[in-house]
Every structure is written in structure tokens, then in C-alpha cells.
Design a protein around this ligand. Structure first.
Ligand code: ACO
Ligand code: ZN
Length: 226
């Protein structure tokens, strides 16, 4: 039935003249002046935010045929912290998070995936944590629930009640919409596991995701099983 849903969405988009911008990925209606205006507003700002000019000192922690991962740590030069912050805003904006600072910016490590076109197409923010609650399989939710009921139910059901030890908390993971399903999030996580604690690689169990989105859950379930 997922396929049917997709068909309906696509048909709907065609009807309203929806286009997806090939550079910024924004889906908007080319027929609507208001949509076009919003796209114009978004487009350049977005591309500027993910543009990576290259730094004199880069902490390259992994290299691939289609890009590289650099790590930004607290105490790094201003230009590096500024870029990390800029990309975090892009991710937060898409995740619908309030534009608030990280709860502990002095400890956050930011991993950026830079592609060969010098764009930051992936971002992962990791912090030290000591305990986490395992996410359990999400149960079916009755359709007539209110939003409050749902949140309650959701919280209560999807996390176990006994904390487990974890070493590394992932508070944000984001991949540019036009670069998804190419293993970028997986490679960011593999790299975190190898480099988060110097000389001591982490197992998948030692990584915890905070408040995952539906995309995040799908990804995490898949990543942790393999
Ligand atoms: N639906 C179903 N399965 C998925 C999805 C999805 N949306 N995304 C990943 N997977 C599974 C697939 O099995 C995939 O392998 P396949 O492509 O061979 O089928 C596997 O996970 C590995 O996926 P990657 O290619 O490594 O993941 P990607 O680079 O596409 O990034 C991410 C995944 C980060 C969730 C991306 O979709 C994204 O940025 N989404 C929007 C932001 C978001 O929701 N982030 C998570 C927030 S939770 C948090 O930050 C703690
Ligand atoms: Zn665009």
C-alpha cells in the first residue's frame, strides 16, 4: 500500500505543477508565484550554507571515492565552528526543530560529509552520554487518537524503561535530500564509531539516537541490524 500512497502523492504533485529543484531539492509549485518566491528565498541561502570552500587545516577522518568526512571539534578555529553551526541550522530547519543552541555545544563533535562538488551533503552531531533507553519496535497506533494521546503512547511504547549503557549519543543526523540512499548516513556512523573515542572503536550498541524522526528510525533500525 506504500506504493499506492506514493502514486497518489505523485499524481497530486503533477496536478499542482510541483517541481523539484535539481540543485537545492526543494519541491514547489512552479505555477504559484508565492511558491516560486519561497523557493528563490530558500535556494541561494541553502546552497551558501552547504558550500564548503576548504580550510587550511582540515581534520579528515575518512575518504571515499565520492567525498570525505571531516570532523569539527570544540576549540577548533572560528571558521570551522561557524560552518558546523550553519549546517546544523539547515538540518534543524528541515527537522522542524526550534532554532535553539545545542544543550552542550562545548562537547559536541560534528562530522561533515563533503562531496566532490565541495558541498556538505551530510552532517552528524555526536556527544558523550552515559545511558540511553532502547527504542523498541513501534506498535500500530489506532487512527482515532488525539495528538496528545499519540505522543504519550508513542513515548511509552517505543522506549524500554530500563536504561542501558551507551557511549555516544547522536543528536542530529541529516543528509541532503538529493544525496540520500547512497550510504552517506551509514558512512558517517561507521566513522563516528571508529573515531569518537581514540583507539577504541564503538559497537553499534554503544551508539544511541536521540528522538529519532520516522526517517531516522527506519535508518537506525536498518543500520543497527546489519
Ligand atoms: N526509509 C526507509 N529506509 C531507509 C530510509 C528511509 N527514509 N533511510 C535509510 N533507510 C535504510 C535503507 O535500508 C538504507 O539502505 P538502502 O538504501 O540500501 O535500502 C539504509 O537505511 C542506509 O541508508 P543510508 O543511505 O546510509 O542513509 P541516508 O544517507 O539516506 O540518510 C537519513 C538517512 C539521515 C535518515 C536521511 O534520510 C535524512 O537526512 N532524513 C531527514 C532528516 C532526518 O530525519 N534525520 C534523522 C533525524 S533523527 C536524529 O537526528 C537523532
Ligand atoms: Zn532550488
Amino acid at each position: 500500500h506504500d506504493d499506492d500512497d506514493q502514486l497518489i502523492i505523485d499524481a497530486g504533485q503533477k496536478e499542482f505543477g510541483a517541481t523539484s529543484c535539481e540543485s537545492c531539492g526543494m519541491v514547489y509549485s512552479a505555477d504559484s508565484p508565492e511558491d516560486q518566491f519561497q523557493h528563490n528565498q530558500f535556494h541561494q541561502r541553502f546552497l551558501d550554507s552547504i558550500k564548503f570552500v576548504g580550510w587550511k587545516k582540515e581534520r579528515v577522518v575518512a575518504e571515499f571515492w565520492d567525498g570525505k568526512i571531516i570532523l569539527v571539534m570544540p576549540g577548533d578555529p572560528k571558521y570551522a565552528l561557524k560552518k558546523a553551526e550553519e549546517v546544523r541550522r539547515v538540518a534543524d530547519n528541515e527537522l522542524g526543530f526550534q532554532q535553539v543552541a545545542l544543550n552542550c555545544p562545548t562537547k559536541a563533535k560534528t562530522y561533515l560529509f563533503i562531496n566532490n562538488e565541495r558541498l556538505v551533503v551530510g552532517c552528524l552531531i555526536a556527544q558523550n552520554i552515559r545511558q540511553a533507553y532502547r527504542v523498541l519496535a513501534v506498535p500500530q497506533t489506532p487512527k482515532d487518537m488525539t495528538r496528545e494521546d499519540f505522543m504519550e503512547h508513542h513515548r511509552a511504547w517505543c522506549c524500554s524503561t530500563s536504561p542501558e549503557n551507551a557511549m555516544c549519543g547522536v543528536s542530529r543526523i541529516w543528509v541532503f535530500s538529493l544525496a540520500r540512499r547512497k550510504g552517506i548516513a551509514s558512512r558517517l556512523l561507521d566513522t563516528v564509531r571508529c573515531t569518537f573515542i581514540y583507539g577504541s572503536p564503538l559497537t553499534k550498541d554503544e551508539i544511541a539516537f536521540s528522538d529519532p524522526t520516522p526517517d531516522g528510525k527506519q535508518f537506525a533500525t536498518q543500520y543497527c541490524d546489519t
